[in-house]
Design a protein around this ligand. Sequence first.
Ligand SMILES: Nc1ncnc2c1ncn2[C@@H]1O[C@H](COP(=O)(O)OP(=O)(O)OP(=O)(O)O)[C@@H](O)[C@H]1O
Length: 757
Amino acid sequence: MSHDAERQKEQNRVDKVVQEINIKEEKLFSKAGGLKESIVDLRKNFWEDVTVNLDEPDDVIETQASLKQQAELLAERERSHGSIGKELKTLRLLKESPYFGRIDFSEKPGGKKEKIYIGIASLMDLDDEEFLIYDWRAPISSLYYDFSPGAAYYETMDDTIEGEISLKRQFIIRQSKIKGMFDTGVTIGDSLLQAALGNYASTTMKSIVATIQREQNKIIRNEHSKLLIVQGVAGSGKTSAVLQRIAYLLYRFRDSLNNENLLLFSPNPLFSSYIANVLPELGETNISQTTFYDFLRDGIEKDIKIESPFEQMEFMLTEKDTAELSIRQVNMKLKSSIAYKTLIDEYLSSLTSRGIQFRNITFRGDILISKESIADYFYSLDESISIPNKMELVAKWLLQEIKIHQQKEKSKDWVLEQIELLDKEEYLQAYYGNQRVDEDDPSIEEDILRNIVVKKQFAGVKKQIKKYAFVNTLTTYQQLFMNWTTSFLPDNWDKIKELTKQYLTNKHLTWEDATPYRYFRGKLLGDKENRSIRHLFIDEAQDYSAFQFSYMKEIFPYTRMTLLGDINQAIYTYASTENPLVPEYISENHERIVLTKSYRSTKQIVEFTKKFAPGGDMIEPFERDGEPPQIIESQGDVSTNLKKLIQDLKAKDYETIAVICKTLEESNELYEMLKDKVSLKQIKEDTYSFEKGIVVVPVYLAKGIEFDAVIIPDASKEHYDQEWDRTLFYTACTRAMHSLTILTKGTPCIFIQEALN
Ligand SMILES: Nc1ncnc2c1ncn2[C@@H]1O[C@H](COP(=O)(O)OP(=O)(O)OP(=O)(O)O)[C@@H](O)[C@H]1O
C-alpha cells in the first residue's frame, strides 16, 4: 500500500477512536451531572437525613452511627465524582492525540499478529472487549520502547512473552489529525525523537512519553530497587525520565500508591515550575515538590537565619583569597562529611550525662521554673532513657508544675484587672456556669472568670512547653564549639570552632551547618521518621553532601529512593568529595544506571563540551546537527557586543536566549548594563517561573533548565580561573540546545583551550 493510502487508513482509525471517545465522554458527562446533583442534595439535606438524639448513651451511639453512614455516603459520591473528573480529563487528552505509537506483534510460536496502539492512557471499545489504545505503562507497551522490528520480548507480572515485531510506527497526532507518521526500520534512527529534539526550547518541560529510549525505560520501569542511582551526563534525560517514572509508579501501584506518597526534591524554585506541566500532560496529578533548603527550614526555629546554598555558592565564588574564604572551605569540607556526623553523635552521647542547655519558664516577667531545675529534673531521669524520651517526660512534668502555678496565680490581683478585659462571650460562659451551680453566689461567677483568665494566660506557656521551647537547642549545639573536647578532633578544629561560634552567636546558620544542626535538633528533641513518603526522588543529587544524604536516609528509613545526577555538574565540589553518586561512597545495596547519551544539545555542542568535562570520554552525542559553538574575542564595549549578539540570535528565531553568568554579581552588573538596551529579565533565587525571551542568570540557578541559545558573556582566564570552575562552566555550556556563543576578554579560560585542542 502506498504511504498516502496507509496514512488515510490510519486517519480513518483515528477518526473512529475519536468517535468512540465522544460517546464515552457523553455518557460520563451525564453520569457526572447526576452525581453532582446527588452530592448537592446530600450536602443540603445532610442534617435532615441523620437522626440526632443525645438523650441517652444508646441514642448518642446511634446518632454517631447515623452521622458516620451519611458522611461515608457523601464521601463515596464525591470520590466517584472526582474519578469521573479525572477520566474526563484523560479522554480530553486522548481526543487531542489518541496515540503516538503502533507495533504489530505476534507471540511465539505462531501467535496471531496484534496491532498494539500506544497512548497516554488505555481505552477500551464501547463493548469493553478490545483495547483501542494501550497505556504506555502497560507491560506490553515496553516492546515499543525497548525494540526495533525483529525478535522482541516483554515481561509480565509472572512471565516473559517472546515474539516478533513486524512493524513499528510512530505518529504525531494533533487535534485528532495525523501530522506525521514514520515507520522505523531496524537501522533507521528515531525520526520522532529527531523531530522532538529539533524543536525550540520551551519555558516548561515536556513529557517524552512518545520517544522514551531503551536505557531511560529501565529507570522508568524499575520497581524493585530500594535505592536507584542514575548517573547521567548533561542532557541525557534524567529529569525527563524521573517524571515519567513517577507517572509509571502511580499507574503500576495505583491501588496502593497515590501522589501524596511521593516527594521530589528539586534544585531551585524555578525548576519546580519548569517541570510542573509534565505530569498533567500525562493525565496525572503533580506530586509534592520542595527544595532541600525549604525542607530543612521547616524543622529549624524560625528566628534562626539560614544561609541558602546559593548564598553560600555566591560567597565562595566572589570572595577572593581572604582568610575567611579558606576557613569556610575547611568548614564546608568537614561539615559535609560523615566524620562530622560521627563527631555530633559523640557529642550527643556526652549530653546524656550533662550539658543540655535549657530555658527558664517565665510568666508575666517572673521565672516560674528555672532552667537549672529543668536540667536537674532531666538529669535525674534514668540514663538508659533516650534523650528525646526524656524530653517527653520533662514536658509532662513541666505541664503538671504549670498547673500548680496556674492555681496559685488565680488568686492574684492582676487576674481581676484582666477580667475587665474579657469579652462578652466569656462573661456569658461564666454566667451560665454560675446559674447551673448556685444562682445567688457571686463568688462562683468570679471564680469561673478567674479560671477563664488564667487558663487563657497560661495557654501560651503550655503551647511553648509542648513545642519543647524549654530546650535551648542552638546554644546546646554551640557548646560543641566551646569547651567540649574529644580524643579525636578534626584538622583545623580551632579555626572551625571560632567561625561557627561567631555565626551561631548571631543566630545564623551557614548552609554547611544547616543539615548538621537539623540532625542534631532531631536527635535531641526527637525527629519524626517519615513513613508516609514511599518514594523519594532527588534530582541534581550530585549537589548533596554525604552528610545530607545520610540524614535523608535516617528520616526516610522506609522510603525507596531514586537519586539522579551528574558528577560532571557537581558544582559544590569544594564542599564535598564524598558524593552519593560516586560508587565507592555508597555502601548500601543499590542499583546503578548510567546514561551516556546526551539529547539536549546539538552534536557540535556536545563534542565541544565533552572535551573539558571531567569524565568526557563517556559522553555520546545524539546525531543532531547544528552550528559549531562560536568563541568570540570581545573587544570594545561589552553591552554593545552583547546587544548585537542577542539581536542576531533573535533574528534566527530563537525564542529562549540565556546570558549565563558565573555569579549573581556578574549577572547584576550585566543586567544593569543591558536593561535599557534590550528587553530582558533577570533570574534570581526567588524567581518562580520564566517566560520566553531573554534572561540573565547565574549558572547555579540555571541548573536543570535549557534554552535555545546560550551566551557565556565572559569566559576569560581571569574569570574562570579555578579548577572547581570546570563543573560550573560545563553546566553553563550544556544548557544550550541549538546555539552556544562564548565571549572572552583576553586569554580564554583553560577549559576553552582544552576544547579547541
Ligand atoms: N527520550 C527522549 N525523547 C525526547 N526528548 C528527550 C528524551 N530524552 C531527553 N530528551 C530531551 O533532552 C533534554 C534534556 O533532558 P533532561 O532535562 O531530562 O536531561 P537531564 O539529564 O536532566 O539534564 P541536565 O542534567 O543537563 O539538567 C530535554 O529537552 C528533553 O526533553
